[in-house]
Write a protein that binds this ligand. Structure first.
Ligand code: C2E
Ligand code: MG
Ligand code: MG
Length: 638
C-alpha cells in the first residue's frame, strides 16, 4: 500500500510556489524561467505519483493502459527534474555560449535514460506488473536512480566549483535543496511505502524560492549586496523628507580591472568590498549599483559622521583588496548627495550613481555638469567604438626641435579622433573616457602600430628623425599583454625599440606602482626609452622619478608660460626662477630636458639660453598629418 498523503501536501506547496512566482512582479531572467519549469515538472511528477500509486494500490480497479500512463509519466517527469536542476545551476553560474556544448553533452545520459524507459514495454526491465497486476521494479530500474544521483552530484560539483561567481546565500540554498532530496531516500529504505521524495524536493524548492527567487531582483548575485532595484525602492521612501544623504563610493575603471585579473577574481573582490561595507557602516545600508559603484543610504546622518565614513573608506582603500597574485589597490571616488537638496529626482540620483567623477576624490556634485558629462561620456564611448571599428583614428606628428643640433631629431605622435558627424574630439576628452572603459588598450596599439608603419614606410630615419615619442597610458602599463603586442608590431615592421620613446605622465604614477614598475622594467630591457610627460603638473614624486628609467623630462608648458607668457612676453613673479632652476636641476641629475608649448621666438631663445635640450610647440609646428609632417621634415632638415 503506497501512502500518498505526503504527495498531496506537496501538491499544495507546489501550487503555492507557482502562485508566488507567477504573480510576483519583477524582471524575468533565464534562471527564473528555468525555476518555473522545475516547479511545473515537479507538479506533474506529484500528480502522476498520486494517480500512479492509487492505480498500483488498486490494480483490479484500473486497466494496464491507465497504470502505464501514470507510471511512465511519473518516472519520466521526476527524472527530468534532475536534469533541469543541472540546467538551472548552469544559468545561476552564468550561462554563456561557451557552456552550450557542455550543457548539451550533459543531456546525453538523460536522453539515454528516456530511451530505455520508453522502450520498457518491449524489455520490461524498468518496471512490470505481476499476474495480480502488482507494480514491480525491473532489474534495470537502478539506472533511473543512478542517473538522477549522477546529476545531483554534477549539480553539487558545478555549484561548488563556481561558488566564487554566486553569492553565498544562493550557494547554500542550492546545496540545501540538493541535500534535502537525499533525506527521503534514507527514510524510504525503512518505510518503503511512504512516498516522501517529492515532498522533500518541494521543501527544497521552497528554500530556493525564498533565497534566490525572492531575492534575485533585489540582490546582486555576485556580491550578495542589495542592488539598484532595492535602492530604487528605498530612495522612494527616503526622498520624501529632506535631511537624508546618499554616499557614493566608486571604483573607476572596473572594466579594466575585470580584464586584468579576470571576472571571477574581480567579483570575489567586489564581494569582499561589499561585505566590508556591511560590517563598517552597520547603521546604514550599502547598495551595489553595478560597475563597481556602491551607494550607502544614510538616514539622519550628521556631517561629522559623513566625514568619519569618508575617512574610513579612504584609508581602507589605501590597502589592497583580494589575496595573493590577484590582490589590488584601487583608487576610490567618494561623493555625498544630499537628497532633495543636491538632486530633486530619482533619475538624477541614478545618473550620479552611474556617472564617473573627475579627479580622484570628489564630494562636490554639480548636477547640471554631471548630466552633461555623463551624456557626453556615453557619446564619446560610442564614437571611440566606431572609430576603432572603422580604423578611423588618425595619428598626427609634432616635430621636436633639438637645440643642440639645430634641427628636428624626433617627433611626438598624437592621436586624433575626427568623427564625420561630431567633428574633432580632443584627446584630453576621449583619452580619459578610453582609459575608463579599457578601449585605450586598443587605441594605444593602433597608435603604436601606425607609428611603426610610418617610421618604416616614410623612411623617417633617413630624414633625421631618430625616434618617435608615443604617449603611453598607465592603463596600458598595467596590461599583461602589452610587451608581447609591442614585440609583434616591431617585428612586423622590422623596427628596433630604440626608435620609440614612450611618454608617461607624472600624474599617472600613484596607483599600482608595483605593476607599473614591472612593466617599465620589461620594456626597458627591450631597449625602449622613456620620457616623463607633463613634468610640473602632477604631484611631483621624486622617488618615482628616481625609480623609473627616464631619459628625457618634458616640462609642461604652464611652467614655460609662467616664465615667459606667449602673448605678453611677461614673466610671472618667480616664474623665471622656477623654470631656470628646474632645467638646471634636471640637467644636473643627468636628464635631457624638453620644454613643451613653445609658441614664440622669445620663448625659444630663452630656452636656448637656459640650455634646454629639446623644444616642442606651435612656434615650430602644430601636430600635423603624417604626409604634411614628412614633407615638412624633408624641407627643413635637408
Ligand atoms: P601631451 O602628451 O602633453 O601632448 C602635448 C599636447 O600639447 C598636445 O595636445 C599638443 O597638441 C599640445 N601642444 C603642443 N605644442 C603646443 C603649443 O605650443 N601650445 C599649446 N597650447 N599646445 C601645444 P593634444 O594633441 O591635444 O593632446 C593632449 C593630450 O592627450 C596629450 O598631452 C596626451 O596626454 C594625450 N594623448 C594624445 N594622443 C595620445 C595617445 O595616442 N595615447 C595616449 N595615451 N595619450 C594621448
Ligand atoms: Mg605627450
Ligand atoms: Mg605633455
Amino acid at each position: 500500500m503506497y501512502h500518498i498523503e505526503f504527495d498531496i501536501a506537496a501538491v499544495f506547496l507546489t501550487l503555492f510556489i507557482a502562485y508566488y512566482i507567477i504573480f510576483k512582479k519583477g524582471i524575468r531572467k533565464h534562471a527564473n524561467r528555468v525555476f518555473l519549469g522545475m516547479i511545473v515538472i515537479n507538479f506533474i511528477a506529484e500528480i502522476s505519483d498520486i494517480f500512479g500509486s492509487l492505480a498500483n494500490n488498486y490494480p483490479e480497479m484500473t486497466t494496464e493502459v491507465i497504470k502505464d500512463f501514470w507510471n511512465y509519466l511519473y518516472i519520466s517527469s521526476h527524472n527530468t527534474l534532475a536534469y533541469v536542476l543541472v540546467v538551472y545551476v548552469f544559468y545561476l553560474i552564468g550561462y554563456e555560449k561557451s557552456k552550450r556544448t557542455l550543457l548539451l553533452i550533459s543531456a546525453t545520459p538523460f536522453a539515454a535514460e528516456m530511451a530505455i524507459l520508453f522502450t520498457n514495454p518491449f524489455h520490461k526491465r524498468i518496471f512490470y506488473y505481476d499476474e495480480a497486476g502488482k507494480y514491480l521494479h525491473g532489474n534495470l530500474f537502478f539506472i533511473i536512480y543512478a542517473i538522477a544521483l549522477a546529476y545531483m552530484i554534477f549539480a553539487i560539483y558545478l555549484t561548488i566549483r563556481h561558488r566564487k561567481g554566486i553569492s553565498s546565500s544562493i550557494t547554500k540554498a542550492l546545496l540545501f535543496f540538493i541535500s534535502i532530496t537525499f533525506v527521503p531516500v534514507v527514510i524510504q529504505i525503512i518505510f518503503p511505502e511512504y512516498l516522501l521524495t517529492l515532498f522533500f524536493e518541494t521543501i527544497g524548492l521552497m528554500g530556493l524560492l525564498f533565497t534566490i527567487e525572492s531575492k534575485e531582483e533585489t540582490i546582486n548575485p555576485t556580491t550578495g549586496a542589495l542592488n539598484r532595484y532595492a535602492l530604487n525602492g528605498a530612495l522612494d521612501r527616503a526622498m520624501v523628507n529632506k535631511g537624508n544623504v546618499l554616499l557614493l563610493i566608486k571604483i573607476p575603471n572596473l572594466n579594466y580591472y575585470n580584464k586584468m585579473i579576470g571576472f571571477d577574481n574581480m567579483n570575489g573582490i567586489l564581494r569582499r568590498i561589499s561585505q566590508w561595507m556591511d560590517e563598517t557602516f552597520k547603521d546604514y545600508v550599502a547598495y551595489d549599483c553595478g560597475r563597481g559603484h556602491f551607494a550607502v543610504l544614510c538616514e539622519g546622518i550628521t556631517d561629522a559622521e559623513i566625514a568619519l565614513i569618508r575617512e574610513k573608506t579612504m584609508s581602507r582603500f589605501e590597502k589592497a583588496w583580494g589575496k595573493g597574485e590577484f590582490s589590488l589597490v584601487f583608487p576610490v571616488q567618494f561623493g555625498v548627495i544630499h537628497l532633495l537638496e543636491d538632486v530633486k529626482t530619482l533619475d538624477d540620483v541614478f545618473m550620479l550613481i552611474d556617472s564617473t567623477f573627475d579627479g580622484k576624490v570628489s564630494s562636490d556634485l554639480d548636477v547640471q555638469k554631471a548630466v552633461y558629462k555623463y551624456e557626453r561620456g556615453v557619446l564619446i564611448e560610442r564614437l571611440i567604438d566606431k572609430a576603432l571599428k572603422n580604423k578611423s583614428f588618425e595619428v598626427y606628428y609634432q616635430p621636436i626641435w633639438n637645440s643642440n643640433e639645430g634641427r628636428f631629431t624626433s617627433a611626438e605622435a598624437l592621436c586624433r579622433l575626427i568623427d564625420s558627424e561630431y567633428g574633432v574630439i580632443p584627446p584630453d576628452e576621449f583619452i580619459p573616457v578610453a582609459e575608463r572603459n579599457g578601449s585605450i588598450l586598443d587605441i594605444g596599439l593602433f597608435v603604436f602600430e601606425e607609428v611603426c608603419r610610418s617610421y618604416q614606410e616614410e623612411r623617417l630615419k633617413m630624414l633625421g628623425i631618430e625616434y618617435v615619442e608615443v604617449n603611453l597610458s598607465v592603463v596600458q602599463c598595467l596590461s599583461k599583454n602589452l610587451m608581447r603586442s609591442f614585440d609583434e608590431i616591431l617585428n612586423k615592421y622590422q623596427l628596433s625599440a630604440e626608435r620609440i620613446n614612450l611618454e608617461i605622465t607624472e600624474s599617472a604614477t600613484t596607483e599600482n606602482q608595483k605593476v607599473l614598475y614591472d612593466t617599465i622594467e620589461v620594456l626597458k630591457n627591450s631597449k625602449f626609452s622613456f620620457s616623463l610627460d607633463d613634468y610640473g603638473t602632477g604631484y611631483s614624486n621624486i622617488s618615482y622619478m628616481y625609480e623609473m628609467p627616464f631619459s628625457i623630462i618634458k616640462i609642461d608648458k604652464s611652467i614655460l608660460w609662467k616664465a615667459k607668457d606667449p602673448v605678453s612676453g611677461e614673466s610671472e613673479k618667480n616664474g623665471y626662477i622656477y623654470l631656470e632652476n628646474t632645467i638646471h636641476m634636471l640637467k644636473e641629475m643627468g636628464y635631457s630636458v624638453l620644454v613643451e608649448g613653445v609658441e614664440t621666438v622669445e620663448q625659444k631663445m630663452l630656452l636656448e639660453e637656459l640650455g634646454c635640450d629639446y623644444q616642442q610647440g606651435y612656434y615650430f609646428s602644430k601636430p600635423i598629418q603624417k604626409q604634411v609632417f614628412t614633407d615638412f621634415i624633408k624641407v627643413v632638415n635637408t
